[in-house]
Design a protein around this ligand. Structure first.
Ligand code: RFL
Ligand code: PHB
Length: 394
């Protein structure tokens, strides 16, 4: 097989990139380790920055998102029972965010790709990237029927998530990895119950952190933080609801509508970045290069920012005959990534009890108070939450 861009992974990064390139007449093949049903079964992100929303529109896949996505002007923060509002629109110069599940976005992109002649090969194994430092890289893999395949290409986009093969293709001595592990995880539950509030509520309580989010007017997504030795099997629906209720401010506790769960999972909190994000003609995109703790809702949105840069660089390469444009990829991506990593780390530290030191707890409390009650503080939170602008590609 031969293509211009070989894309490894059909998560949001791979699918968004594939669609944009296809629309621009740049040929690409996506290979994916699991089935489409498996990809769609992963319940993850739910909150999209304007930059992401614009990319989906540019890719021509926004019809359902524009119809069904819930536009949010703000979110709430509950601090030990008291609820404060972060008016995103007011403090960010008119920007908003959209609540629309990663599953729905992924489905829309899969359907859009199916309607084209662009190829996606599912259930591949033994993926290897060869010769990325030369002008003729290629990717080999085993097809689901056991045949060995080879894709010759100009460029490889490693969109294969944190556990993929792309990052490891860059020789270890050329990679610098930065990591922070938090000793907590988020236990998430999805249920077909109306959300407790029209807006997201991030909260602290003496029992721990909670987040009330949603997927639609009839579907809720709730999280509580748990220690890393907790197992999801030990959390019955009843136990989850009781725990969440005990953390909610008394003033809204009785508004919680409970019901059977559709999904429950525990996600460990982690910050991770690898530098550089490019090795010859191989580019790392999205979770393959970086992970954020979910407190700032940045993971999926960072994937779209990497795709934005890579797509615009590929336009320079193929439409303006500027192959040297690829050299700016890593620097452009990392500048924005480090800021989002900082915001996610900061929000996580402000909203979780990560220490027993009473001095640190006092400082944490006053920081949360400042950033949710002063014009300056609210501006910092709002500007980062709605997403910093993308830089121009030269
Ligand atoms: P993905 O989604 O992991 O997709 C990678 C794909 O690559 C495939 N793959 C391979 N394919 C071929 N060959 C191989 N060798 C392969 N190895 C792996 C995988 O099967 C998979 O299909 O990465 P991508 O596309 O970069 O997308 C990243 C996002 O999924 C992720 O950042 C977000 O889900 C993070 N996230 C959130 N982000 C937000 O922006 N807003 C949120 O509100 C938000 N909430 C969350 C989140 C992540 C969470 N978890 C579970 C970590 C909430 C949670 C709980
Ligand atoms: C979600 O709806 O899954 C969600 C929303 C906001 C976050 C994290 C997760 O910060």
């Amino acid at each position: 097989m031969k293509t211009q861009v070989a894309i490894i992974g059909s998560g949001p990064s791979g699918l968004l990139l594939g669609q944009l390139l296809h629309n621009a007449g740049i040929d690409n093949i996506i290979i994916e380790r699991v089935t489409p049903e498996h990809v769609l079964g992963r319940i993850r992100a739910g909150l999209l920055e304007e930059g992401f929303v614009e990319m989906v529109r540019e890719a021509g896949v926004s019809e359902r998102m524009d119809k069904e996505g819930l536009v949010h002007d703000g979110f709430e923060v509950a601090i030990d029972g008291e609820i404060r509002r972060v008016d995103l629109k007011k403090h960010s110069g008119g920007k908003q965010v959209v609540v629309y599940g990663q599953t729905e976005i992924t489905k829309d992109f899969m359907d859009a790709r199916d309607a084209t002649d662009a190829q996606t090969i599912y259930e591949v194994s033994n993926v290897e990237i060869h010769d990325p430092k030369t002008d003729s890289p290629y990717v080999t893999f085993t097809n689901k029927d056991g045949t060995e395949e080879r894709i010759d290409c100009d460029y490889v986009a490693g969109c294969d998530g944190f556990h993929g093969v792309s990052r490891k293709t860059i020789p270890e001595h050329l990679r610098t990895e930065h990591e922070k592990i938090y000793n907590v995880g988020w236990l998430g539950m999805l249920s077909d119950t109306p959300p407790i509030s029209d807006e997201l509520i991030y909260g602290t309580s003496d029992k721990g952190f909670f987040l009330c989010s949603m997927r639609s007017e009839t579907r809720s997504r709730y999280y509580v933080d748990v220690s890393m030795d907790e197992k999801v099997e030990d959390w019955s629906d009843d136990r989850f609801w009781k725990e969440l209720k005990s953390r909610l401010p008394e003033s809204i506790r009785d508004n919680l509508v409970t019901g059977p769960s559709l999904e429950k999972s525990i996600a460990p909190l982690r910050s991770f970045i690898t530098e550089p994000m490019q090795y010859g003609r191989l580019f790392l995109v999205g979770d393959a290069a970086h992970i954020v703790p979910p407190t700032g809702a940045k993971g999926l949105n960072l994937a779209s920012s990497d795709v934005n840069y890579l797509y615009r660089i590929m336009l320079k390469v193929y439409k303006e005959n500027k192959p040297e444009a690829i050299e700016q990829y890593s620097k452009l991506c990392l500048k924005r990534i480090w800021k989002a990593e900082h915001f996610s780390w900061w929000m996580t530290n402000m909203l979780h009890k990560l220490s027993d030191n009473t001095f640190e707890l006092g400082v944490q409390k006053s920081e949360l108070d400042y950033f949710t009650s002063t014009e300056t503080g609210l501006k910092v939170v709002a500007e980062n939450y709605v997403g910093l602008p993308y830089d121009e590609v030269e």
